[in-house]
Design a binder for this molecule. Structure first.
Ligand code: NAP
Length: 307
């Protein structure tokens, strides 16, 4: 990093909104990238009470906030207040990034491209592969839409089977692919893991503070499986630890987090951020003693880390 930037009357503002937002990693990685490139930007986090969402969107225009990340619980609701959303993002049904062009707000889902980039950058091929996707929520929708064109088959196992059915129907209709909904249970996981090439966990099972949980019993994993856990807190989940022990190739959620952030950053600033630096700064932050304090102090109600 190249020293401290001055915050001046010309400094452009980027931000993330959510509720709660105190545990977001985004300000840490974006401000590191801003300083590294010596840009006149600052990235802040705003906790927006849910009833004030529409007001917040008006404030983006009024205060000329150049770029906005959106997290829980606003990813779907905010879509109705924007001026433009690209087709794939409309289909995914959730946005996590907004660009403000002179008051014209365009929404996009960079989780999808961030997840795909993370897989490809790790050197894993998705072309013609059989995917076993655990979960059918926001992250599952983003990943299944972005991967659907390349893979051979997607099996979606979800606790609420209807949600898996809805998503597989959409994928079949949009891409004509082989997609099957399944109920999330051990029988299904054992059978489906046998023929899967890539297992992707998009459920929060194993996320802090429930770090001793894994969405799938270790005995169902096999060495030919690539295991991608989108959970990034802890950096190494129980699933990733067990998969590594079984000889699987693995990928944790941090790479997706950083790549979705990098895509947003480049879209807003037209500059490529240093992805390795963004990743390094989060690892550094998460491994620091102060983080324990930060977690304990603020995390009594919501034991979650957002991005
Ligand atoms: N690395 C990244 O960049 C990144 C990006 C996005 C999300 N994430 C992480 O991904 C996880 C999911 O986020 P999301 O936005 O997709 O959440 P979401 O929309 O709430 O979806 C959660 C999904 O997990 C399932 N689920 C929840 N608890 C479960 C349990 N105990 N057992 C089995 N299934 C369960 C839900 O099933 P039902 O349909 O039955 O409720 C749903 O399908 C979070 O941990 C989040 O931090 C990471």
């Amino acid at each position: 990093m190249k020293g401290i930037n001055f915050i001046t009357a010309r400094t452009k503002v980027l931000c993330i909104i959510g509720y709660p937002i105190e545990h977001s990693m985004s300000p840490i990685m974006h401000n590191a990238a801003i300083q590294d490139l010596n840009l006149n930007y600052i990235y802040l986090a705003f906790s927006i009470y849910p009833n004030n969402l529409e007001l917040a969107v008006e404030a983006f225009r009024a205060f000329n906030i150049k770029g906005i990340n959106v997290t829980i619980p606003f990813k779907q609701k905010i879509m109705e207040y924007l001026d433009d959303i690209d087709t794939i993002t409309q289909k995914i049904g959730a946005i996590n990034t907004i660009k403000n062009d002179k008051g014209y707000l365009t929404g996009r889902n960079t989780d999808a491209e961030g997840g795909k980039k993370a897989i490809l950058n790790a050197g894993y091929t998705i072309l013609g592969k059989n995917i076993l996707l655990l979960g059918a929520g926001g992250a599952a929708r983003a990943l299944s839409y972005i991967l659907a064109n390349d893979v051979n088959k997607i099996v979606i196992a979800n606790r609420t089977e209807k949600r898996a059915e809805k998503l597989t129907n959409e994928l079949k209709k949009s891409f004509g692919i082989n997609a099957e909904p399944k109920k999330f249970n051990n029988y299904v996981l054992r059978e489906e893991a046998k023929t899967a090439d890539i297992l992707i966990n998009t459920t929060p099972v194993g996320m802090y503070p429930n770090v001793d949980k894994s969405p799938i019993p270790a005995e169902f994993l096999h060495k030919d499986l690539i295991v991608f856990d989108v959970v990034y807190n802890p950096l190494e989940t129980k699933l990733i630890k067990e998969a590594t022990k079984k000889g699987c190739k693995t990928l944790g959620g941090l790479d997706m987090l950083v790549n979705q952030g990098a895509s947003a950053f480049e879209w807003w600033t037209n500059k490529k951020p240093n992805v390795n630096l963004m990743k390094k700064i989060i690892i550094e932050f998460l491994s620091k003693k102060e983080y324990e304090f930060f977690k304990n102090k603020n995390n009594k109600k919501n034991n979650k880390l957002l991005y």
